[in-house]
Design a protein around this ligand. Sequence first.
Ligand SMILES: Nc1nc2c(c(=O)[nH]1)N[C@H]1C(S)=C(S)[C@@H](COP(=O)(O)O)O[C@H]1N2
Ligand SMILES: [Mo]
Length: 256
Amino acid sequence: MKEILVDEVAAKKYKRKSIIAFIVFFALIALAWTGWKWLVNQPRDNGIRGGIQKPLRKVLDLNEEVYSGLYSTKHLIKEYPRSAAAKKARVNGDVGLGPDLFDPAAWRLQIVKAGGDTLFLTLDDIKKLPKIDVVFNFKCIEGWSQITWWSGVRFSELAKKYGLDVETQMKYIGMNTPDEQYYVGVDMPSMMQPQTILCYELNGKPLPMNQGYPLRLIIPVKYGVKHLKRIGTISFSNTRPPDYWAEKGYDYYTGL
Ligand SMILES: Nc1nc2c(c(=O)[nH]1)N[C@H]1C(S)=C(S)[C@@H](COP(=O)(O)O)O[C@H]1N2
Ligand SMILES: [Mo]
């Protein structure tokens, strides 16, 4: 008799606990669902290519502040011997590499100065500057990486040679393909980092067309998206220049 009573009490307790557990469980689901709804319905930061919700962008920007403050861009990315580089470098992304508005013979690097004047540089002008090698692990946000060997001139060296002092005091640099279909914005400290080059060779030979002939950006402190192939124009600003992948919702800074 006594035993049955004890069992009944235990069963009641158990039942009550289960009910509470269920209520809590569903309440949490409802909360998560409401939170999610709220987030996806937040206004987006940039409508052109979809962008992302403003609260998410805030998180990315906060990351940027923490990372750029912590590591700055003074640190050097690890380099490798040439022999470690892939003989066949992977090709990825061809936006802005179509035949329109690109005549290799007429190509000039256009640098729009702060005052509005534009410099027009030929590949030979650029090749007159000291050439350096950069052999590093190239990383794409899609999840692959590869050690590759690139050569060209340091952006900081070119800026010095062409007296871009006012320009390099600005916060950002913007780059476009000649047809303006692909474009990136890069913070100035990353651009002035000594491993950032305007690159015209891969594995000791002129860049292949699909890898940015005649000139591309190699910026080891960033993921692949920022390594713009076939540079047409370079300009400077204190606000973020448009950026193809950031407009699709990716992190603007994409630092390593
Ligand atoms: N003009 C242009 N540059 C670009 C791209 C692109 O689509 N168009 N894709 C970027 C991406 S996502 C990567 S990973 C690298 C790939 O460089 P690779 O083709 O030399 O491997 O180029 C970057 N530069
Ligand atoms: Mo990429």
